[in-house]
Design a protein around this ligand. Structure first.
Ligand code: ADP
Length: 405
């Protein structure tokens, strides 16, 4: 994204993403799209936390104990004070908070109120690792930055449009309703941003396009988007369902859980850890970074080859399924760490899909893409694109919409 011709932006948004032991932030110019400063505080609550602040092309590091998220945010504000940019001069007009689970309640970004905070808390059983720290982030930021509006942007909101048939699990409906067991999706901010970017890049009305978006990062998800409206997505009640991921299994027969509990003596928490952290390509090969995975494959490692094959097979299945859901497919887009950078994955995913009109041109596909790029050949039935995602910018722009900026 380009800066605003050297002029200071008229308004900026501070985007916050609080994890259980981390706080990520970015100061964003929502118009020009520039990240003016960004950083992360990691290992909050441990003996030694580390902070990394990037601004003016320089990185500043701090190592010290940080007891909680409030202290972490104070450290971040000190870094802005000491290293810059000066937040007062940056005209911060809103703080945008990433919140993972918005349940059935939120279909878009909202101004944070007491009621919104209560609902985020109520939804915590559905996202126990994410919603509580997201809410803590909101509370400490409101306390330290009380003069600007705070906006919650939900990872699930884009998928509130899923048809009932796609959102419903075929289980006893009374149990499902009582415990809010349904498919909410995740990565929605990215899928929405990228699917809109696609229309801009192609210069075609969003309403006319049937799209599949593949967000392939460490977490990975696919979506089917008809006319800008999400109609399917691969993540379910939690981000565990769907594609094979860096460390998550994605789809699995639920009976595997019963089997491991009954016959391997594993507790529910151990199985949770197994499926979320010790599975996916890492579980199969020992590596979850695709650069290392490819090195292993090239060295002849059979497990790494299998991991890549399983990953690609699942992706192809989803592309075929979503093609069927959409009826007609116009665009297939790759995004996130693997999708943007890994030309081998992109090329291999579409192998054998020529009959669906899906193919890539090897020259266009080659290399990492930091700009939106068409990688299918001219005249292809389905346009294949790589579009870098930018969740912080998307959150900043949604925050601006909410405050009417
Ligand atoms: P997340 O936000 O889910 O943590 P990202 O979207 O940042 O993940 O993606 C991170 C992943 O992207 C890494 O684990 C790695 O597998 C992959 N990746 C990053 N750079 C490259 C590259 N040059 N080639 C292949 N894969 C890459």
């Amino acid at each position: 994204m380009t800066a605003t011709h050297g002029d200071a932006p008229r308004a900026t948004v501070l985007v916050l993403n609080c994890g259980s032991s981390s706080l990520k932030y970015q100061l964003v110019d929502p118009v020009g799209g520039e990240a003016i400063a960004s950083g992360i505080v990691e290992r909050i609550g441990e003996e030694q936390a580390s902070a990394k602040h990037m601004a003016h092309g320089e990185t500043t590091r701090r190592e010290r104990q940080v007891h909680d998220h409030g202290e972490a945010l104070r450290l971040v504000l000190n870094l802005f004070d000491g290293v810059g940019p000066d937040l007062a001069a940056a005209h911060v007009v809103a703080v945008g908070h990433r919140v993972v689970q918005g349940g059935s309640r939120f279909d878009g970004p909202v101004l944070v109120t007491e009621d919104v905070q209560r609902t985020i808390e109520e939804l915590s059983p559905l996202a126990p690792l994410h919603n509580p720290p997201n809410l803590t982030g909101i509370r400490v930021a409101q306390a330290l930055l009380p003069d600007v509006p705070h906006v919650a942007v939900f990872d699930t909101a884009f998928f509130r449009t899923l048809p009932e048939a796609a959102a419903t699990y075929a289980i006893d409906s009374e149990v499902a309703q009582r415990y809010r067991v349904r498919r909410y999706g995740a990565h929605g901010t990215s899928h929405q941003y990228v699917s809109r970017q696609v229309a801009d890049v192609l210069g075609r009305p969003l309403e006319d396009l049937n799209q599949i978006v593949l967000h392939l990062g460490n977490g990975a998800s696919a979506s089917a988007v008809r006319g800008g409206v999400a109609v399917e997505t691969s993540m379910g009640m939690t981000p565990l369902e769907g594609l094979v991921m860096g460390t998550r299994s994605g789809d699995i027969d639920p009976a595997v859980v019963f089997h491991l509990h009954r016959n391997a003596g594993m507790s529910i928490d151990e199985i949770d850890t197994l499926l979320n952290r010790r599975s996916g390509v890492k579980g199969l090969s020992g590596e979850n970074d695709f650069r290392a995975l490819h090195d292993l494959v090239e060295s002849g490692d059979a497990q790494a080859r299998l991991a890549l094959d399983v990953y690609l097979h699942r992706l192809r299945k989803y592309i075929g399924a979503y093609h069927a859901v959409l009826g007609r497919l116009d665009v297939l887009t790759f995004t996130a760490g693997v999708g943007e950078n890994d030309d081998v994955v992109r090329a291999r995913v579409v192998e054998g899909l020529e009959a669906f009109g899906i193919e890539v041109d090897s020259e266009r596909n080659a290399g990492r893409k930091s700009e939106p790029t068409v990688v299918s050949p001219d005249g292809a039935k389905v346009t294949v694109l790589v579009v870098p995602t930018n969740e912080e910018l998307a959150i900043a722009r949604q925050a601006m919409e909410v405050i009417g900026g």
